[in-house]
Write a protein that binds this ligand. Structure first.
Ligand SMILES: [Zn+2]
Length: 271
């Protein structure tokens, strides 16, 4: 299982830009896939869909609810996420390529990250990144204060509608779209509750919609499409934890630390 610290340099490699200054070496599986799929060219677009907390064990146990993602992608990469596996720590690692002690968020707190990030690397390379997030979530806070665009919405529906508008607008080189719906329901009802699994299915189907829109509207771009969460989760039990949430994450256990990302290269069909 690869470390999530390898992702930022691999996404940089995919676009042919210098990685963030403190990123660890690039993920070989993703880099190799990109080389093969684009025939040696680089991606000029990356669209990353970041649904929060969908654990690898949940994906394996309920593959039906991930069917749209698996149908729309070629490459699955299992990652061990950062510790502690909580949202700002893990997204910090995902988009800096650095361990928490290097990027500075080592627990559940949400300061603006001061070290070099993938977003800084993109801006230096003359690319236009965009983060679309839900308000008061880690993704709407920790990468702030860069000269780039942020779209912050109240609901996942509004955020995903904004993502569709951004795809049609066709002006951003890197788009990261954050959704908190699975995580939110998982804490309240548990990772396997029917309501929580329905949220996972929503993320799965939403990804299919983005993929379809990108296939039809970004035909002149070599696009890398990604479905990648920050960390996993585990069930808590009512009898032991009466009155508290039924799902959680933050421990050094496979349920919380093992995740699986999915990627698809969509080579340009016209230039
Ligand atoms: Zn999270």
């Amino acid at each position: 299982m690869d470390s999530l610290t390898t992702l930022a340099a691999a996404l940089s490699y995919a676009m042919g830009i210098e990685p963030p200054a403190q990123a660890e070496p690039k993920n070989e599986a993703l880099s190799h896939y990109v080389d093969e799929a684009f025939g040696g060219r680089k991606a000029d677009r990356i669209f990353m869909y970041n649904p929060d907390a969908i654990a690898y064990w949940v994906q394996r146990k309920y593959p039906f609810f991930m069917e749209t993602v698996t149908k729309n992608t070629d490459l699955a990469i299992s990652f061990r996420t950062a510790f502690p596996p909580v949202t700002p720590v893990c997204f910090g690692t995902m988009y800096t390529g650095a361990e928490p002690k290097v990027h500075g968020i080592m627990k559940y707190e949400r300061p603006v990250i001061r070290i070099d990030t993938l977003f800084d690397a993109l801006i230096r390379a003359g690319k236009k990144p965009l983060i679309i997030s839900i308000e008061n979530c880690s993704m709407s806070l920790i990468f702030n204060e860069r000269p780039m665009d942020y779209i912050i919405k109240k609901t996942v529906e509004e955020a995903n509608a904004a993502a569709m508008e951004a795809i049609l607008e066709d002006k951003y080189d890197f788009i990261a779209v954050y959704n908190d719906n699975y995580d939110h329901c998982m804490h309240a009802a548990g990772p396997e509750d029917v309501r929580t699994l329905a949220e996972m299915r929503y993320n799965d189907r939403m990804f299919g919609t983005f993929a379809d829109l990108i296939r039809r509207h970004w035909t002149r771009h070599d696009t890398l499409l990604g479905f990648g969460m920050d960390h996993g989760c585990h069930a808590r039990y009512k009898e032991k934890e009466s009155g508290v949430s039924l799902g959680d994450h933050g421990y050094d256990i496979p349920e919380d630390r093992e995740i699986c990302h999915y990627y698809k290269a969509l080579p340009a069909v016209e230039k």
